[in-house]
Design a protein around this ligand. Structure first.
Ligand SMILES: O=P(O)(O)O[C@H]1[C@H](O)[C@@H](OP(=O)(O)O)[C@H](OP(=O)(O)O)[C@@H](OP(=O)(O)O)[C@H]1O
Ligand SMILES: Nc1ncnc2c1ncn2[C@@H]1O[C@H](COP(=O)(O)OP(=O)(O)O)[C@@H](O)[C@H]1O
Ligand SMILES: [Mg+2]
Ligand SMILES: [Mg+2]
Length: 341
């Protein structure tokens, strides 16, 4: 029996997009998807175009009331969620044990790896992905838990090169956890506010690739990012630059007039390999990877951020991809039940 939420290679093989779906079992003709999402996420994800297509395909979305026992709601075939409280995670873990027949997207313990900017990149670093299409690394980084006055020494000891991107260590859905800054000179380091991750800034021509994963499906879009830093900037900057959420949807760079060497998307086979490996290693099916290409290095990529249940509402064609994905989950569960009987 499958442990819910774990993505095995076997399972991956049963969810290939091109395989036509055979008729679902009678009990699954109306697929009920419970969701526990913030108001912001409901607005961005449950758009009318998704709801309309879902209805046509027999998928019904039902809001979960967190103040009531989960077992008294539904019954659900699938639960979608992105709430960060410890209490909610415990509720879901208990529910998964009591209801192994319900697919929880994704398991709270797997999502936890993405709530810390150190652990979120560990699997990418361990993967050491390098093949004929390119190489995927993570920027060198250091975790500072406390005592800002110790930062210059810690940075020197670790041999990190300025400028450094300072990122709050924990990502908990608050806007504070996305308040990043760029420290140009050593003297500015004690002004930073731990706990944080200090990451080497990688010049990448100001374009970032948002790689969306929905099960087996991968889509990539371009967004504007921070511009390159040059020696002039370094010499003429004595402080810290605090920057807003640069890679958000309003910074769409799909149709921008950008140097083709910078705008060129990462090779598909490289993204496929990365997506497949991370899906398996993280035990997640819904996430996105923020990726940059080192300026002047055609084939060296850095993963700088991984987000659980990202802004799918801005992914082109998300309503088709997501509804097909939900149906494929039920289909593969049905096939497993058939082969077990
Ligand atoms: O950490 P970064 O790289 O900024 O990724 C963010 C988060 O996933 C946001 O979700 P959340 O707020 O739940 O963390 C999401 O907003 P949505 O709420 O609109 O889905 C953003 O979508 P964009 O606005 O498309 O960038 C996405 O870019
Ligand atoms: N190591 C880095 N080198 C260059 N730019 C970076 C680096 N880390 C982050 N950035 C820039 O900062 C933005 C936000 O950083 P990110 O780690 O994605 O945080 P968030 O979770 O808030 O999106 C990125 O989209 C990118 O533009
Ligand atoms: Mg990001
Ligand atoms: Mg993020």
């Amino acid at each position: 029996m499958r442990v819910h939420g774990e993505v095995s290679d076997d399972e991956a093989a049963t969810v290939v997009e091109s395989v036509p779906l055979c008729p679902p079992p009678a009990s699954a003709q109306r697929l009920v998807v419970g969701y526990a999402l913030t108001k912001k996420k409901v607005r961005s994800f449950l758009q009318p175009k998704l709801l309309a297509l879902a209805r046509k395909k027999g998928i019904h979305f039902e809001s979960i009331d967190e103040t009531r026992p989960l077992s008294e709601q539904g019954p659900f075939d699938i639960i979608l969620h992105k709430l960060t409280s410890k209490e909610w995670q415990q509720v879901l873990e208990n529910y998964r044990e009591e209801h192994p027949e319900v697919t929880v997207l994704d398991p709270p313990n797997a999502i936890q790896h993405l709530n810390n900017r150190q652990s979120m990149l560990q699997e990418v670093a361990d993967l050491n992905l390098s093949n004929g299409y390119g190489e995927v690394c993570t920027p060198r980084q250091l975790v500072i838990m406390k005592d800002p006055s110790s930062i210059p020494d810690a940075v020197a000891k670790a041999g990190l090169t300025l400028p450094l991107v300072a990122k709050p260590l924990v990502v908990d859905g608050t806007s504070k956890s996305h308040e990043l800054s760029l420290a140009y000179v050593e003297a500015s380091l004690p002004l930073l506010d731990p706990p944080l991750v200090l990451q080497e800034f990688v010049n990448h021509g100001g374009i970032l690739f948002k790689v969306y994963i929905v099960g087996e499906t991968i889509r990539v879009v371009r967004r504007f990012s921070l511009p390159d830093v040059n020696t002039y900037d370094l010499g003429n900057n004595d402080g810290i630059f605090r920057f807003p959420r640069v890679s958000c949807a309003t910074n769409n760079a799909e149709d921008a007039d950008v140097d083709p060497c910078i705008a060129e998307l990462p090779p598909k086979p490289l993204l496929e390999k990365l997506g497949k490996e991370l899906r398996r290693r993280l035990g997640l099916r819904l996430f996105n990877i923020d990726m940059i290409r080192e300026h002047g290095r055609k084939d060296r990529y850095y993963v700088i951020d991984i987000n659980y249940f990202p802004g799918y509402g801005k992914m082109p064609g998300y309503e088709h991809i997501f509804t097909d994905f939900l149906l494929s989950l039920v289909q593969s569960k049905y096939e497993r039940l058939l082969s077990a009987s």
